[in-house]
Ligand binder design. Structure first.
Ligand code: NAG
Ligand code: NAG
Ligand code: NAG
Ligand code: NAG
Ligand code: NAG
Ligand code: NAG
Length: 387
C-alpha cells in the first residue's frame, strides 16, 4: 500500500463492500453469549480447514457457513493482504490456482515473479490487487475432483467478514486464523506508521473482542487460536495478545520462512521447551508424525508424546476423505483414519476438509450420551467464571 490516503479509501471500500453482506460490524452484546451453546472442550477440536472446503470452494462465506452447520468447533483461515492493506482470507500468495483471475483482459499485465520463502513463484499475487479488484474475482475448487457446482460463484472475503460469520453463528464457534507468509507480506505491503502485518492482524482481532488466554472466561466467549509457520511472528504477537497461539510445522524438508530452521531443530526437545513460552500447541503436517512410504503408514514418531510432555497440544493437518489422500491402511475409510488419530495417536485437534465427517465420527463414537455431555457442558460453563 502506497500511502494513508489509499488506506482510507480501502477502509471506505471495505465498508461499502461489507455493507452488502452485513450492514455494520457490531460487537455482539455480552448477554447473547449466555444463550448460545458453548464451545465443546471435552474432546479433540474439529477445525474446519478453510471452511468445509471438501464441499464448497475454500475460504468463501458459504464454505464457512457449511462448516458451522456441520458442527465445526473452529473455522480455520489463512490471512493475506491486498495491495491496499486490507486483510483477506486466502491461502496462496497467488490467485491462479483457486480463482478465475486468468480470464480477465484487464489483469493480463499483472503477472509477476517474486521470491516467496526462497522459491521464485510466478503468477497473479494478491499483493498486486486492491480489495475492489479482488472482490471482482470468483473462487473455484483447488482440486478438479471436487463438486464443481459452486465454482465461479463466490467472492474472496475479508478477515473482518470472516470474523462476522463466526460471531453471527447461533452457537459459539471459534476462529483459527493463520498469519500467512508474514515475511513476504511485510516485504510487499506497507501500513501507516510503520505498522507490520502482524500489528494489523492483532488489531483486527481486538476490534471484535477477541482476547484472553486459553480457556479463560473471555476466551470461551470468543475462542480463537492464532497460528503461523513463522515463529518470530508468534513471538512478536505474544507481546500484544495473550490469545493462544499454535506453531505450525511443515514437512521435514522445509525450513522456517523467517528463522531458516530445519524441521529437526524446531521439533527438538530444546526448541519445544523454548516455544512453549509463547504457544499452547503445535500444528504439524500429519505425515511427519506418522511417516508414509508408498502410501502406507510407517511407525509413528514420538513427536506427539514429546509435545504432550511439554504441555503442548497437537493439532495436525490435513484430514481429507478422498481416496487421493487416504493412506491404504485406512481401507479408503475416513472414519478409520479419525479413529486412528484420535484414539491411537491421541491428538487434541484435527484440521479437516470434511468437518461433517469428523463431527459425525465424534458424535457416533462418543461415550457421552448427548444429554450427559450437555450436562457436563453446563457445569463447566457454570464453574468457569470461578476458576
Ligand atoms: C498451483 O498449481 C500448480 C499446478 O498444480 C502447482 O505446481 C503450484 O504449486 C500451485 N501453486 C500454489 C501457490 O499452490
Ligand atoms: C529468482 O529469480 C531471480 C531473477 O532471475 C534470481 O536472481 C534469483 O536468484 C532467483 N531466486 C531463486 C531462489 O531461485
Ligand atoms: C515486547 O515488548 C517489549 C516492551 O515494549 C520490548 O522491549 C520487546 O522487545 C518486545 N518483544 C518482542 C519480541 O517484540
Ligand atoms: C538456510 O540454512 C541452510 C542450511 O544451513 C543454508 O544452506 C542456507 O543458505 C540458509 N539460507 C539463508 C537464506 O540463510
Ligand atoms: C500400514 O500398512 C502397512 C502394510 O500393510 C504395514 O506394514 C504398516 O505397519 C501399517 N502401518 C500402521 C501404522 O499400522
Ligand atoms: C468408552 O469408554 C471405554 C472406557 O474408557 C472404552 O474402553 C471404550 O472403547 C469407549 N467406547 C467408545 C465407543 O469410545
Amino acid at each position: 500500500m502506497a500511502n494513508p490516503t489509499s488506506f482510507s479509501l480501502a477502509v471506505f471500500l471495505l465498508y461499502i463492500i461489507g455493507s452488502t453482506a452485513r450492514p455494520i460490524y457490531p460487537i455482539p452484546s455480552e448477554d447473547d453469549y449466555e444463550t448460545r451453546q458453548p464451545l465443546q472442550t471435552f474432546r479433540p477440536y474439529n477445525i474446519a480447514h478453510r471452511g468445509s472446503n471438501g464441499e464448497i470452494p475454500e475460504e468463501t462465506r458459504p464454505a464457512y457457513l457449511r462448516a458451522i452447520e456441520e458442527g465445526a468447533d473452529f473455522i480455520e483461515t489463512d490471512i493475506l493482504s491486498s495491495k491496499d492493506g486490507v486483510l483477506i482470507c486466502f491461502h496462496d500468495v497467488i490467485l491462479d490456482n483457486t480463482t478465475d483471475v486468468a480470464k480477465y483482459k484487464k489483469f493480463e499485465n499483472r503477472k509477476r515473479t517474486y521470491e516467496v520463502e526462497r522459491v521464485n513463484v510466478t503468477g497473479f499475487f494478491t499483493v498486486d490487487f486492491t480489495l475492489e479488484e479482488l472482490k471482482s474475482l470468483r473462487v473455484h475448487h483447488r482440486y478438479s475432483f471436487r463438486d464443481p457446482q459452486y465454482n465461479g460463484k463466490f467472492q474472496i472475503i475479508t478477515f473482518e467478514e470472516y470474523i462476522s460469520i463466526a460471531l453471527d453463528a447461533h452457537r459459539v464457534v471459534g476462529i483459527y486464523p493463520e498469519i500467512k507468509n508474514p515475511v513476504f507480506i511485510n516485504q510487499h505491503v506497507k501500513w501507516p506508521n510503520g505498522k507490520r502485518f502482524e500489528d494489523i492482524f492483532v488489531k483486527t482481532l481486538e476490534k471484535y473482542g477477541y482476547k484472553g488466554s486459553y480457556l479463560s472466561k473471555e476466551w470461551l466467549k470468543r475462542p480463537a487460536f492464532i497460528q503461523s509457520f513463522a515463529p518470530t511472528s508468534l513471538v512478536f504477537v505474544s507481546n500484544q495478545t495473550d490469545l493462544p497461539k499454535v506453531f505450525l510445522i511443515d514437512d521435514v524438508t522445509v525450513r522456517t520462512q523467517d528463522t531458516n530452521q530445519s524441521y529437526w531443530e524446531i521439533t527438538s526437545d530444546k526448541y519445544l521447551n523454548y516455544i512453549k513460552n509463547y504457544v499452547v500447541g503445535i500444528g504439524p503436517w500429519k505425515d511427519t508424525i506418522v511417516p508414509v512410504a508408498n502410501n502406507y503408514l510407517e511407525k509413528p514418531t514420538d513427536l506427539v508424546a514429546r509435545a504432550h510432555a511439554h504441555n503442548l497440544q497437537v493439532h495436525p493437518y490435513t484430514y481429507r476423505n478422498e481416496n487421493e489422500f487416504l493412506h491404504f491402511n485406512f481401507s479408503q475409510d475416513p472414519y478409520k483414519e479419525y479413529d486412528y488419530w484420535i484414539n491411537k495417536i491421541g491428538v487434541d485437534g484435527l484440521f479437516t476438509d470434511f468437518t461433517g465427517s469428523l463431527h459425525n465420527f465424534q458424535e457416533w463414537t462418543s461415550n457421552d450420551s448427548k444429554t450427559e455431555s450437555k450436562i457436563l457442558h453446563k457445569i463447566a460453563h457454570l464453574v468457569s467464571p470461578y476458576t
